[in-house]
Ligand binder design. Structure first.
Ligand code: AP5
Length: 219
């Protein structure tokens, strides 16, 4: 099984992917996190991706495809995995089917209006070490400015500056939104309102995907 989280920047894909991962025991694969880690480590991939990400544009399909292929062929993905931020365009969706086409695929499309997105992203803080996500207006860390898991200083993402948020929303509208029609046509697609409380959104997602989860994996 593979669960794909679609939705604009800040719609809660990462937050919900983490909750689903805990509930189902499938790994969460977030291409944004993998790329940010590569930037932090200054790997050849990170050096290529850094400027593109800071502008709010998409990294090339080839580079992202490589990291996804490498990750989903790991043993922990055998029963299932959760994709956050991939695919980002129809070309990436077709690539995914070519490399791993035989799985049941479930697509959740989180819907949140732009005003709320800008509010959330401006208040987001992340841990640069473990990628945990917080929010100054909602999900606060236990100790101000410090990650609950690894006590590192929390930072604001480079691409959460207002002008880059605007660019990311534009890229989403033009390049990622066409995926909605693509997945609607394939079935197992569900739009979910993402503007409720985190737990409410999770319940809405889980009540829909339950039908696809084998009984032995339901917790
Ligand atoms: P990526 O990291 O994937 O960013 P994104 O898609 O823009 O999504 P975000 O991480 O901003 O938001 P989210 O929907 O995960 O929301 P979150 O849960 O954090 O990609 C970054 C960049 O990497 C791209 O711009 C691109 O350059 C590159 N990239 C990545 N994948 C790529 C690909 N496949 N191809 C090419 N390039 C790629 O929540 C946001 C905030 O809101 C948090 O503070 C959270 O606490 C809060 N929050 C969450 N849910 C709620 C709620 N229900 N109520 C209130 N607050 C909430």
């Amino acid at each position: 099984m593979r669960i794909i989280l679609l939705g604009p920047p800040g719609s809660g894909k990462g937050t919900q992917a983490s909750l689903l991962s805990e509930k189902l025991g499938f790994p969460k694969i977030a291409t944004g996190d993998l790329l940010r880690e590569a930037v932090r480590q200054q790997t050849p991939l990170g050096l290529k991706a850094k400027a593109v990400m800071e502008r709010g544009e998409l990294v090339s399909d080839e580079l992202v495809g490589e990291i996804v292929q490498e990750r989903i062929t790991q043993p922990d993905c055998q029963s299932g995995y959760i994709l956050d931020g991939f695919p980002r365009n129809v070309n990436q969706a077709l690539f995914l089917e070519r490399i791993d086409g035989a799985r049941t695929e479930i697509v959740i499309d989180l819907e949140v209006d732009e005003e709320e997105i800008i509010r959330r992203l401006s208040a987001r803080r992340i841990c640069p070490q473990c990628q945990a996500v917080y929010n100054l207006e909602g999900k606060l860390p236990r100790h101000e400015g410090k990650c609950d898991n690894c006590q590192a200083d929390l930072i604001q993402r480079e691409d959460d500056r207002p002008e880059v948020i605007r660019k990311r929303l534009e890229v989403y509208r033009h390049q990622t939104r066409p995926l909605v029609e693509y997945y609607k046509g394939k079935g197992n697609y569900q739009k979910i309102k993402g503007d409720g409380k985190i737990e409410e959104v999770f319940q809405a997602i889980y009540s829909w995907i339950k039908q696809f989860i084998p009984a032995e994996l339901r917790r």
